[in-house]
Design a protein around this ligand. Structure first.
Ligand code: FAQ
Length: 318
């Protein structure tokens, strides 16, 4: 098949974006678009996979059989999200092995949020309600991102994340109706997870290096601050419904804009976590590497089985 010239490809790419249609793997794309998508999708996939650790920590200590079954299902879903995203990234000419290797070598990032410890059962509620809700606000927008395979992965992931957020809020509701100690546990979890959840949306727009170009390419449809504000507006009333407070003495409601205005986010803390110096950065990667090495036999067995199946198929048709 004759390859499209760069000039014709660029014109087609611009026209596809202008028409709000999807760019597909067969299409000509600028190298920067490819690299930006690989960076963001890999970071997203790694976040789903590393994100299993904080909650995995509580599976053996879930308070009831039902809560344990729900938590196991949720953690498994996160693994699945990682796999859809690695597969979607592979359509850009990279491989899952390559991306996992970059994560292991500290050359690709994952979300800052997963470097904080889960100290009590209420943290399972806070993660489901705050972290998954923040992920949903970001990912609902990404369902309309310009790259087809990424947008389609988001549709399925968002459905599952909605269940995750509901299960988190259900844990918080149960605690809010419990004893004084349970209510204190709930409030303590909110106090610890509130600010890190707001940081998930990335640096303020003025410091975001990638947003302008990503918006031009319609990879991102909203800025970091726009999505953060949407999350704050939807979440503050939910906290109040629980009878809880948001740990921000400067929080005010602006009647005119309908926005909840927050106090200053500690961006020094955010950058420290992003640069590898959060509470658990080293442990998270060490644990990931240990699991990767100890479970090498599973990958080998799966490859050997796949090779045998394909040999059998060839022999059967010979
Ligand atoms: N953590 O120029 P921007 C989940 C980096 S999924 C670490 O604004 P961009 C599900 C950024 O990479 C959560 N690094 O960047 C779940 C860049 O550095 P680089 C993950 C961050 O890409 C729930 C630099 O800062 N979701 O939670 C963070 O335009 C429960 C400058 O930033 C996604 O990945 C951060 N928070 O916007 C699983 C969604 N923020 O790469 C288990 C897809 C920024 O140039 C349990 N990603 N940085 O060296 C996105 O939408 C975007 O990548 C943003 C950042 C919005 C995260």
């Amino acid at each position: 098949m004759k390859r499209q010239s760069d000039e014709a490809g660029a014109a087609q790419f611009a026209a596809t974006l202008a028409a709000d249609e999807k760019i597909e793997p067969r299409d000509w794309i600028p190298e920067g678009y490819r690299q930006t998508l690989i960076r963001q999708m890999a970071q997203h996939a790694h976040s789903e996979v590393i994100g299993m650790q904080p909650e995995g920590n509580w599976i053996t200590r879930a308070p009831t059989l039902q809560r344990k079954a729900i938590l196991i299902a949720k953690v498994q879903d996160e693994a699945g999200h990682g796999l859809y995203l690695y597969s979607a990234a592979e359509t850009l000419g990279t491989s899952r092995d390559e991306l996992v290797d970059l994560l292991h070598k500290g050359k690709q990032k994952y979300s800052s949020i997963f470097n904080y410890p889960t100290l009590s059962w209420a943290d399972m509620g806070a993660i489901g309600w705050l972290v998954d809700s923040a992920a949903i606000v970001n990912q609902i927008a990404l369902q309309r991102t310009s790259y087809g395979p990424y947008a389609r992965a988001m549709v399925r992931i968002c459905k599952e994340e909605s269940f995750h957020a509901r299960q988190g809020y259900s844990i918080m509701m149960a605690l809010s109706k419990g004893t004084d100690v349970q209510r204190e546990m709930m409030q303590d979890a909110i106090d610890r997870w509130w600010w890190p959840s707001l940081m998930m949306f990335g640096p303020p727009d003025a410091e975001s290096t990638n947003t302008a170009q990503s918006m031009e390419w319609k990879i991102k449809l909203y800025t970091n601050d726009e999505l953060r504000q949407e999350f704050i507006n939807q979440t503050v009333p939910q906290a109040h419904y629980l009878g809880a407070t948001v740990p921000d003495p400067d929080l005010t409601f602006d009647e005119e804009s309908g926005n909840w205005n927050i106090g200053a986010i500690d961006w020094d803390e955010f950058w420290a976590v992003v640069k590898g110096n959060g509470p658990l950065n080293r442990q998270r990667i060490a644990h990931k590497l240990k699991a990767w090495e100890e479970n090498a036999w599973v990958r080998e067995a799966a490859s050997a089985y796949a090779a045998k199946r394909s040999r059998d198929r060839i022999e059967a048709t010979a």
